[in-house]
Every structure is written in structure tokens, then in C-alpha cells.
Design a protein around this ligand. Structure first.
Ligand code: ARG
Length: 589
């Protein structure tokens, strides 16, 4: 890609001037203001600062050594030592033509592929997936798609919650109050009902609670009946998960639930105890602060009434059961052994941030050498809110089931589609509504900065104008319709070798296409799919401006070819970009 080529050349020039300089932070990025050029670097200023050099002098020396004439008109030194690059139109044209021939789509696979495990979605068994699950599922899926596109080796693992104290109550409910017909109709609703019934009974009656505990103990001891029921509950839940994942187009390489790690939990705790990392306290076992950081930053401490008190990472309960933390420690060990990842990414609600800080620190203390080889990263996200600013609920105050939400999205999209395209067959309308409705929900969730809460709004996400999936899908479909007409007029492909960018709108469009790879890389580096949403929205904006100013089909000769090329490449980038977000496109809308 052009900016990478410039970067390489610039690094070589810096090395020429300063043979021992570390050039890894010498980056070439788009100019925020096209007035100054297409790309710029501010890296020379920090290189100069570190060596107490005059930055403008360094810039002058580097430019003298820099050979970028193949791609740039002239390299300008600006301000305190910025370099601005203005691309030659020829260089842009050649890049577009190479893209048209399918040699690239404005991004390159990484030269340093990493193995990255992504832990995402991870719902709990015997519960319906709710609206909140769109967050981890959508963000995690977008990240895995982008990272794979960039050439990384990605392993996705759905760490479902299939173990824990809730199974005591569920087993008791299953044995005593199961409604078989209801289970057939809607297994998850029936499991939810059973849990609620028994939970209420347990609250009111300690003897009931004791019964539930006994069921759990039997399950943990490997009782055949309880194991069989538990497995059936997992199977039924998996059917529900798979239905939702199918609708969302999400797949996992592995689904290793919490229970998978049971055989190792005892050893984890013993090992932590033996190494003096965990200690017993009031019958339980936990990992405590090692005093290595100021209390304010120490996740193993909490402030109570002005005093710092221990907030340990519990790894064994006083009844001998293990904790969420214990499983997560065993899981890291397993993943390192099995896949040797460079990185493990956890796409989980920000409310679990303290858990992950404790987890990563504990693992570092437990297995310092292994911890050095892997980057553990919590990719957190905020809440979905209703109009009232409180967590999004149904009108009656219940949590919104994800399946219901997707149904409603498709229904609402269908209304719009059938009004707009009454001539299409019902099957066609339904297919468009499916792609638009699901796309709208996913996109609306990916668009905000992931850590901020956002307000759920049907009208906003389904709008045909604005930063929405339907707007981008429509932009794509509109370009495809240009090509249906172009195809009728004959073979346009042959003319692609003789193109010429002239109008400023053509050049603006072309330049923005060149930056697709930078957007993908930014998503991968910072685990922020919203960068790609914004890039695509801007792309559609550039396209609208270009299309308005530059007639395509009415143009002739080189002009027509140039404009068709821009249309074609915009369509390809829109499609690839939306697919990288897990959003489908339609040829016709
Ligand atoms: N099942 C958990 C929950 O619903 C999320 C698991 C996230 N992954 C992990 N390795 N802890 O809260």
C-alpha cells in the first residue's frame, strides 16, 4: 500500500541520517486536513526530541535522503518538523488499477502474523440470550473477522457458563416440577421457569435450599442421573445459542464451556497454595494483594469507609467449590498449552473489569514466564440503555430476549421494504428485511465507542439516512444497479487500463479508498470496530459527493471508465468492509 511504501522509504532515510535510531515508531498516516497533503508524519519530532536535536534540521536532513519521487510530488517540511506528502495522481491511478485487477483491496496481510485467541459471546446455559449478548457477540465477531482479514491466526472460543451453583436448583426443579410439554415447546423458557420456582422456594425454606445443594453435590460427585440431566440442559441451551448464532452469522472454532476445565481446578488451587500465591482465609482460599502497587490501582484492595481492605481473588469457596476465577486461570493455562497464542482477547462487559485485572495479575504471579509470552487483554464495553437512560428493558420491565429483538428488527425492516418496493415478491421482501434488520441492529451496536453506554433506538438504526447499516447497504446496492445498466451497454471492463483522475471529487473518492487498510489496522490494533464503521460511512459520503458531481453512465471514453472504476472499487470496499463487521449486503434493495 502507498502509505506503507512511503513509511518504508522514510525509515530508510531516517536510518541513513541516524544509523542507530529505532524507526518502529516512524509512521505515515493520512493528513487530517487534505490542504496539507495526503499523508504526513510527525515522528521526526519525537526522534529529534529524544536526541535533543533541532527537529526542523533533522527533517531537512531526512528529506535530503528520502527518495519518494515515484509516489510523491514533493515532500514538504511544515511547522516544527512535520513532513507532508502529496501523492502523484499516477501513483493513485496505478494503485486503483491494481485493486481492480484483484491484486489487493487497499490492505495488505500483516508481515508479522500473530496467534490470537478471542473469547467472546460466552452466554450462560439454561438462560435465554438477551439483548446484552449482542454486544460481546457482535464486537467479538467483528474483531475476529478483521484480524483474520489482516492475516492473523485467530482462534475463537465460546466460554459458555455451563457450570455453577445454579445447577443445584435447576436439577431439583427438573426432577420435581418439569413440564415436559412446555420443555418441548420452549426449552429455555421452561428452564427459566423451573429456576424461578425453585429459587423462590429456596428463599422461603432452608430445607429446600439444602435439597438443592445436595443435588449440586451429587452432580459434582459425578452422579449418573444428575450428569445426564445436566448434559440435556446444555444440549437444549446449545440449540438455542446455535439458532441465534445462525441468524447473526457467527461461528466459533471452539465452544469449551466452564465445565471443561473442572478436572484441573483442584491442581490450580493446590499449586497457587504451594507457591504461596494464594492463602486460606476463613475456610476459603484467595489471592491477596502483594503490595506491588499503590492501593488506588490495586484490584486486590477496596476502600471501605476510608480504609483499604483486602478484596481477594477467590479460588476456592469454604464449601470446597471452585470459583469463576479458578476456571479462568485453568482456561488461560489450557489455551497457552493448546494454541500458544501471542494474545488472548476477552470481549466481556466492562463490569467485569476488576475480575480481569485480578485474573491477569494472578496469572502473572503464578506463571511469570508464560505470562511474558502472552498479552492478556480485556476488551470491555458499556451498557445498552432505553430512552429513559436506564438499562434497556421491555415495556413490562423484563430483559429483552435477543431472539425477540431480532424478530422485531426484521419485522420493522419488512414494513419499510414493502412500502418502498411493493413490486418485489414477498420472499424477496423478506430476504431484504432479514439482511437490513439484522444488519441495522449489529451496526448500531458496533458504531459507538464500545466503552460508552448507548441508547437503543429503532428509528435511528433503521434510518436510510445517517450512519446506519441500511444507508451503507443501500449505497452498495445503488452502485450495483449502476453496473446492471453498464453491463447492458456493453463490456466496460476492457477500458479499465486507460483511466485518468481529473475532477476533485474523483480524486477525493480515490484517496479515501486508499485508506481502507489503515482503518482495518486501526480496528485490529485497538479492538475498536467503530473505526471501520466511521471509515465506511465517510466512504459512502465521498461516493455521494462524487456521484452527484460526476455523471457516470452518461460520461464517455476515459471519463466513463474512470468513474466506473471508482464505482466498482467503492462497491468492493463497502462489501468487504461490511462483511468484516459481520453485516451482509444485497445486490438489490
Ligand atoms: N459467562 C460469563 C457471563 O455471562 C462470561 C464469560 C466471559 N469469559 C471468560 N473467560 N470469563 O458473565
Amino acid at each position: 500500500m502507498l502509505h506503507t511504501l512511503l513509511e518504508k522509504q522514510l525509515r530508510a532515510a531516517v536510518t541513513d541520517v541516524l544509523p542507530d535510531a529505532d524507526t518502529t515508531s516512524v509512521l505515515v498516516r493520512p493528513c487530517p486536513d487534505p490542504k496539507f497533503g495526503d499523508y504526513q508524519t510527525n515522528a521526526l519530532m519525537s526522534v529529534a526530541k529524544a536526541r535533543k536535536m533541532n527537529p526542523r534540521q533533522l527533517a531537512t536532513d531526512v528529506v535530503a535522503k528520502l527518495d519518494a519521487s515515484q509516489w510523491c510530488d514533493k515532500v514538504e517540511i511544515a511547522g516544527a518538523g512535520f513532513l507532508n506528502f502529496r501523492l502523484k495522481t499516477d501513483a493513485i491511478t496505478q494503485t486503483l488499477q491494481a485493486a481492480f485487477r484483484g491484486e489487493h483491496l487497499f490492505f495488505a496481510k500483516t508481515a508479522t502474523p500473530r496467534t490470537i485467541v478471542i473469547d467472546f459471546s460466552s452466554p450462560n446455559v439454561a438462560k435465554p440470550m438477551h439483548v446484552g449478548h449482542i454486544r460481546s457477540t457482535g464486537i467479538g465477531d467483528a474483531l475476529q473477522r478483521v484480524l483474520r482479514l489482516l492475516g492473523h491466526h485467530v482462534v475463537t472460543d465460546n466460554h459458555i457458563g455451563d457450570w455453577g451453583t445454579q445447577f443445584g436448583k435447576l436439577l431439583l426443579g427438573w426432577k420435581q416440577s418439569l413440564d415436559k410439554a412446555a420443555l418441548e415447546r420452549d426449552a429455555i423458557a421452561e428452564l427459566e421457569r423451573l429456576y424461578k420456582v425453585i429459587n423462590a422456594e429456596c428463599d422461603a425454606n432452608p430445607a429446600r435450599l439444602e435439597e438443592a445443594k445436595q443435588e449440586l453435590v451429587k452432580l459434582q460427585a459425578g452422579d449418573a442421573d444428575n450428569l445426564a440431566i445436566w448434559k440435556e440442559m446444555i444440549r437444549l441451551s446449545q440449540v438455542q445459542f446455535d439458532t441465534i448464532y445462525g441468524r447473526l452469522g457467527v461461528k466459533f472454532d471452539h465452544t469449551l464451556g466452564e465445565s471443561y476445565y473442572n478436572p484441573w481446578l483442584g491442581n490450580v488451587v493446590n499449586d497457587l497454595l504451594q507457591r504461596g500465591i494464594a492463602k486460606e482465609s476463613e475456610g476459603a482460599v484467595g489471592v491477596f494483594s502483594d503490595g506491588s502497587m499503590p492501593p488506588k490501582e490495586d484490584p486486590f484492595l477496596v476502600n471501605r469507609d476510608g480504609e483499604w481492605v483486602a478484596d481477594p481473588a477467590l479460588v476456592r469457596k469454604s464449601d470446597g467449590g471452585f470459583n469463576y476465577m479458578t476456571t479462568d486461570l485453568a482456561t488461560i493455562e489450557y489455551r497457552l498449552k493448546t494454541w500458544s497464542p501471542n494474545e488472548i482477547i476477552y470481549v466481556v462487559d466492562d463490569r467485569q473489569a476488576p475480575h480481569f485485572r485480578k485474573l491477569f495479575l494472578t496469572f502473572g504471579r503464578w506463571q511469570p514466564d508464560a505470562a511474558k509470552r502472552v498479552k492478556l487483554r480485556h476488551v470491555g464495553f458499556g451498557k445498552i440503555l432505553g430512552d429513559d437512560g436506564k438499562p434497556f428493558k421491555t415495556r413490562s420491565g423484563d430483559t429483552v430476549k435477543l431472539g425477540d429483538l431480532l424478530d422485531e428488527a426484521v419485522e420493522r425492516a419488512l414494513k419499510v421494504v414493502s412500502e418502498k418496493n411493493p413490486d418485489l415478491s414477498e420472499a424477496q421482501q423478506r430476504e431484504i428485511a432479514r439482511v437490513v434488520g439484522i444488519g441495522a441492529v449489529k451496526y448500531a451496536d458496533l458504531l459507538p465507542n464500545r466503552q460508552s453506554d448507548y441508547v437503543f433506538s429503532w428509528d435511528k438504526m433503521l434510518a436510510m439516512n445517517g450512519n446506519t447499516a441500511p444507508y451503507l447497504q443501500y449505497a452498495y446496492a445503488r452502485i450495483r444497479s449502476i453496473f446492471r445498466k453498464a453491463d447492458e451497454a456493453g463490456d466496460w471492463r476492457a477500458a479499465m487500463s486507460s483511466i485518468q483522475l481529473n475532477a476533485p471529487e474523483e480524486i477525493g473518492m480515490a484517496r479515501h479508498l486508499l485508506n481502507f487498510g489503515l482503518a482495518l489496522e486501526a480496528v485490529g490494533d485497538e479492538c475498536r470496530p467503530n473505526f471501520l464503521c466511521n471509515y465506511l460511512y465517510e466512504l459512502a459520503g465521498y461516493f455521494a459527493t462524487f456521484y452527484e458531481a460526476c455523471p457516470v453512465l452518461k460520461a464517455e471514453g476515459t471519463e466513463r471508465a474512470t468513474r466506473l472504476l471508482l464505482c466498482e472499487l467503492t462497491a468492493r470496499v463497502l462489501k468487504q468492509g461490511l462483511e468484516a463487521l459481520g453485516i451482509e449486503v444485497l445486490e438489490q434493495m
